[in-house]
Design a protein around this ligand. Structure first.
Ligand SMILES: CCCCCCCCCCC/C=C/C(=O)SCCNC(=O)CCNC(=O)[C@H](O)C(C)(C)COP(=O)(O)OP(=O)(O)OC[C@H]1O[C@@H](n2cnc3c(N)ncnc32)[C@H](O)[C@@H]1OP(=O)(O)O
Length: 358
């Protein structure tokens, strides 16, 4: 059955209510509309620099001598197809579709062009076990290839993360502590390399206190938002350890050597406001509105052209990459030795036997 003028008019009203179907479809709609109402294109071709009008002219001209009635019918069919697909895509996707399965220590979701990686061991203050290091690496690798524009790391519960899970030190294989230190240094190096190489904008939403490695790697993020309740703390000397996450380079660069030394050598704890004043944090939000304000901001950012954002990140970061990989390798090598020291063993034992908290 041929589309009537009434069908065509109703399609014209319907099209105004549709979600933006993208430029390609908009050009098709334009061309069919012109063909249906004016017949074949016989206006002069716009100049090469008049890009938009030239694209429209090309689309219309491509319809050749298609009869007006057929163009009208095609327009009505196209709008009807768009309406039904937009009805189904506007339905809320079931939770199971949005959540990426297969992680035990994380909840990973992708929505609104944002991949959110949430550390999910709230009862242990999101302490990072060997399994969590591996899962974060997997999630970052997947996020670097998915169709999201930006990636966010955050924590579930009252902490962002209490850093390395100190029970990682008790899980010693039969080959002995040296072997464990060696494999842990490789794990650490690989973990930090994933942040150095991550190609899309990477944002930390620091929902609460952050300790150790969860703080040091912030220097490798593009933006860091913090709740007013967050604190930042790297108690390496207390633990007989030394800095990682490239912080021996990024922290002095971000906050100056004197402030960096207070954090990295003396374990000074910064409030969110102090961390922001020193350049480690981009912006602090009141804890009561943190989630709402951060996600509203990120949803707006995620609509920016993704390729432009990736390229801007490359321009900002690429010249430092080689240096960062070398620093990461060196920090991991030094830590491998530190883990075998009495200072480190005693500090970890004190925590695990509940004699000390940091
Ligand atoms: C041979 C070498 C192997 C090494 C393998 C290493 C792999 C790579 C390492 C990379 C280097 C990283 C370095 C760091 O991140 S250093 C920082 C380490 N973190 C800490 O030292 C923090 C320790 N935790 C605390 O001081 C307190 O728990 C904290 C102040 C964070 C919170 O105190 P609060 O009183 O509020 O809460 P609880 O102490 O009762 O905590 C609740 C439960 O969570 C457990 N918890 C918390 N943090 C950790 C942690 N980091 N590791 C292990 N467990 C942690 C805590 O024990 C409580 O558990 P229970 O309820 O079971 O008692």
């Amino acid at each position: 059955m041929r589309a009537s003028q009434k069908d065509f008019e109703s399609a014209l009203s319907q099209v105004k209510l549709l979600k933006d179907p993208g430029n390609e479809v908009k050009l098709k709609l334009y061309a069919l509309y012109k063909q249906a109402t004016e017949g074949p294109c016989n206006t002069p071709k716009p100049g090469v620099f008049d890009l938009i009008n030239k694209a429209k002219w090309d689309a219309w001209n491509a319809l050749g001598s298609l009869p007006k009635e057929t163009a009208r019918q095609n327009y009505v069919d196209l709008v009807s197809g768009l309406s039904s697909s937009s009805d189904s895509s506007s339905q809320v996707k079931p939770e199971a579709d949005r959540k990426q399965r297969g992680y035990e220590t994380l909840v990973v979701t992708s929505e609104d062009s944002i991949t959110k990686i949430m550390m999910n061991r709230p009862a242990k203050k999101n302490a990072i076990t060997t399994q969590m290091y591996n899962e974060i690496m997997l999630a970052l690798k997947a996020a670097s290839k998915d169709d999201s524009a930006i990636t966010v790391l955050t924590g579930n519960g009252d902490y962002y993360s209490s850093g390395n899970d100190l029970s990682n030190f008790t899980d010693i294989p039969p080959e002995g502590i040296e072997e464990k230190a060696k494999s842990s240094a490789i794990l650490l190096r690989d973990f930090v390399d994933c942040f150095i190489d991550f190609p899309k904008p990477l944002i930390a939403a620091v929902n609460g206190p952050a300790v150790g490695i969860s703080v040091t790697i912030l220097g490798l993020f593009d933006t860091v938002y913090a709740s007013s309740r967050a604190t930042f703390h790297t108690p390496f000397s207390h633990l007989g350890q030394s800095p990682e996450g490239c912080s021996s380079y990024t922290f002095p660069k971000i906050m100056g050597p004197a402030k960096a030394a207070e954090m990295l050598i003396f374990g000074k704890k910064l409030t969110a406001a102090e961390a922001c004043a020193q350049g480690l944090v981009s912006e602090v939000f009141p804890d009561s509105t943190f989630q709402k304000e951060v996600w509203t901001r990120l949803k707006a950012y995620s609509k920016l052209p993704p390729n432009a954002m990736r390229i801007s990140k490359q321009v900002i970061r690429n010249r430092e990459k080689e240096k960062l990989h070398a620093i990461n390798a060196e920090e991991s090598r030094v830590l491998q030795e530190r883990w075998l020291s009495d200072e480190c063993t005693n500090a970890v034992m004190n925590f695990l036997t509940r004699k000390a908290k940091l």
